[in-house]
Design a protein around this ligand. Structure first.
Ligand code: IPE
Ligand code: IPE
Ligand code: MG
Length: 226
C-alpha cells in the first residue's frame, strides 16, 4: 500500500501491558498493587483508543506462561479479573466497547469463564471498539490449536480480526513473550520504558503519533520508489 494511502490510525493495536510488578516494587508495595494500578491505566487507554478511532485493541492480560508465577499471584489475577469484568462491563457497554475473551479455555476456572461470557453477552451488540482480552493466551498455543483445526487464518481465536498494525510493549522489555505471533507478522513495534501503570491515553497518543510517521512496506516498495 502506498504511504499516502495507508491509514494513519492503526485499526488493530496490541498491548503487552508489562511492568506492574516493578511499578509496585518501586513504591514498596506488593505486586498486586501494581496490577490494580495497571487496570486503571487500561481503562484510560480504552477511552483513548475510542477517541482515536482504533477499532481493535488486543490486551495481554494473562499468558499461558503466567501460570508459572507464585500461586498467590495467579490466584489474585484470576479473582481480580473476574471482579473487574463484573464491575466494568456496563460502563464498557455504554462506551461502545465489545469485550471478547481470547485464549485457551482449558485450565481456566469456570467462574472466570462465566464472567467473560456475561461480559461478552452484555457488550455483544457494540462495534465502536473490540476489546480482545487475551487470557490464558499464548501465540504458540493459538497456532497449535488453529493448525489442528485446519487452515490457520480461519482458526485463530478471533479469525475476523485484522492483523495487528501496531504492537506496544511497556516497561523497557523488547520481546514478544508469545503474543500474537501470527497477527503481528507485519506489525509496527513500539517499545517504551514507561511501566504499564504509568501508561495512559496521552502515552497512547504518543505511540499513535509515532506510528503515523512510519512507512509500512509489507515487503514491497514505498510510494515514490522507482
Ligand atoms: C504485567 O506486569 C502483568 C502480567 C503479566 C499479568 P508484570 O506482573 O509482568 O510486571 P513485572 O514485569 O514483574 O514488572
Ligand atoms: C507478558 O509479560 C504477559 C503479559 C503482559 C500478560 P510477562 O511479564 O509475563 O513476560 P516476560 O516473562 O517478561 O517475558
Ligand atoms: Mg512482566
Amino acid at each position: 500500500m502506498a504511504e499516502a494511502d495507508a491509514p494513519s490510525v492503526p485499526t488493530h493495536v496490541a498491548l503487552i501491558m508489562d511492568g506492574n510488578g516493578r511499578w509496585a516494587e518501586g513504591r514498596g508495595l506488593p505486586r498486586t498493587a501494581g496490577h490494580e494500578a495497571g487496570e486503571k491505566a487500561l481503562y484510560d487507554v480504552i477511552g483513548g483508543a475510542l477517541e482515536a478511532g482504533v477499532r481493535y485493541l488486543s490486551v495481554y492480560a494473562f499468558s499461558t506462561e503466567n501460570w508459572n508465577r507464585p500461586p498467590e499471584e495467579v490466584q489474585f489475577l484470576l479473582n481480580f479479573n473476574r471482579m473487574l469484568l463484573r464491575q466494568r462491563r456496563n460502563d464498557l457497554k455504554d462506551m461502545g466497547v465489545r469485550i471478547r475473551r481470547i485464549g485457551r479455555k482449558e485450565g481456566m476456572p469456570e467462574d472466570l469463564l462465566d464472567e467473560f461470557a456475561a461480559a461478552e453477552e452484555v457488550t455483544g451488540a457494540n462495534d465502536a471498539l473490540q476489546l480482545l482480552v487475551c487470557f490464558n493466551y499464548g501465540g504458540r498455543a493459538e497456532l497449535e490449536d488453529a493448525a489442528s483445526a485446519g487452515a490457520i487464518p480461519d482458526h485463530l481465536y478471533a479469525p475476523d480480526a485484522p492483523d495487528v498494525d501496531l504492537l506496544i510493549r511497556t516497561s523497557g522489555e523488547r520481546r514478544l513473550s508469545n503474543f500474537m505471533l501470527w497477527q503481528s507478522a507485519y506489525a509496527e513495534l513500539y517499545f517504551t520504558e514507561t511501566l504499564w501503570p504509568d501508561f495512559d491515553r496521552r502515552a497512547l497518543a504518543e505511540a499513535l503519533a509515532d506510528y503515523a510517521a512510519r512507512t509500512r512496506r509489507f515487503g514491497g516498495l514505498s510510494a515514490g520508489s522507482l
